[in-house]
Design a protein around this ligand. Sequence first.
Ligand SMILES: [Zn+2]
Length: 562
Amino acid sequence: MHRSLMSIARRALTAACVLAIACARRTEIAADLVVTRAAVWTGDSAKPTASALAIIGERIVDVGSDDAIARWRGPSTTVIDAEGRRVLPGFNDAHVHFVDGGVQLDSVDLKDAASPEEFARRIAQRARTQPGKWMLGGEWDDQQWTPPQLPTSALIDDATNGTPVFVSRYDGHMALANSAALGRAGITERTPDPPGGVIVRDAGGYPTGILKDAAMELVTRVIPSQTADERLRAVKRAMEYAESLGVTSVQDMNPSYDDVSVYADLANRGELTVRIYAAPMETGFYDQAKIGIHRSFGSSWLRLGAVKGYADGSLGSTTAYFFQPYTDAPDTRGFLSQEMQPVEHMRTRLMAADAAGLQLCMHAIGDAGISQTLDLFADVIRANGDRDRRLRIEHAQHIAPKDFDRFAALKVIASVQPYHAIDDGRWAERRIGPERIKTTYAFRTLADKGVRLAFGTDWPVAPLNPMLTLYAATTRATLDGKNPNGWVPEQKIAIADALAAATRGSAFAEFQERDKGTLARGQLADLVILTDDVLTIPAPQIKDVRVLTTIVGGKVVYQRRP
Ligand SMILES: [Zn+2]
């Protein structure tokens, strides 16, 4: 109730100001910033294209032709000449893990280390910069080594000495510990394999350093948790990186409260340069509900009021929940998450969270996981009555054909990550067979059914770069190069639809389409200038497009060096 009154008042004020400024124009008010000679794609159906726009403070005051906008120029106006380049609304990533991403940026990068020697060299180099401090991250891929072979602690022990190293394979299902890390975890030749995990051993029975699945916890539990300073550093790194990619808003899924408090500190100091909508775990929904926080509560920089829950697991780990068994693992069809067992507990929490006005975002990947989530959403709507609640399914990867219409009828938003399609597309058919892949990452079918799409990346699980998202959605060309014309090509979508899902669509998914996601009078001045025109170049080239300039709230936060 209060929110809607406040937002009506605020919107009326904004409109009044914009009008007053527009009317007073002929006297003395000039824009702070004008962008001219641009190929502007506004995302606004009332005025889809323009060549210039004017900004005062953090908002756009006018969009139009160069001539029309010229009148906003005064002696103190900064003018950016876009030289005919493409200008778009800033990208809004609807699903990230922002602090994890920032931490990853600060870790050793092993993903493209093409040999064991290169792997060891990067770790050695890194160890020199942080002696004695835990080295994490990594994302190594032994499959690109010839021949493929698992790394060992012996490979890096000499160079790392007393610095504990625990670097993960890119899929997160195994990691390499050096001797210092094994020592701190107390792992010896006498340590038994824990249930659900393996300590890989050499011919003499000694641990090689490779730990699989549950065995990884033997090390992770002795790694000290992040300090507030480390967290702050991670957020700043993540913001800088987002700016360089033209990502001006992020929706952070299941941040810890410590993460949120770092955002709040930065917001209070006026130091956020990326807008954040935070959705902590649904199990703690009452923490927000009891103090009256509800959907999209906060400022344009930091909002709360959503909760994120899990219905099931993932395709890669065969834990996503399906109606039928996995094709390559016929003994399982995955399972519901712990929070869904029993499902009544989840229903009770979701109903209470919804009644408190919180927005519900549910991770669901397998067809049965998605179906169960739709059942729960239907129950919530029946219990609490119809209203504009913008229920979301995160990932929505493998939808049963019978559920598309229900997805649309319940007005559920599909918060999807196209990059996963070109990544998983390499092996998904082996896992779930030729029939189920037809409705896998089914962006075209969802759009045709009238389901609203919001694009994101799941960073750091996938890259944060929105160009890769656009590339993936428009080409569906898998990363292994084996499907140049698209994997399940009938699910490709047009570039304009992909752009809309990555800007206006994600803004809608966080109740912010009246403030961002389009370039129109009164909107927040969040925009990007690109090196090449994603709307006209061949789709395979989209992945190489770069951001030249990122503007957030009327301020240039990133400028690419020539
Ligand atoms: Zn995620």
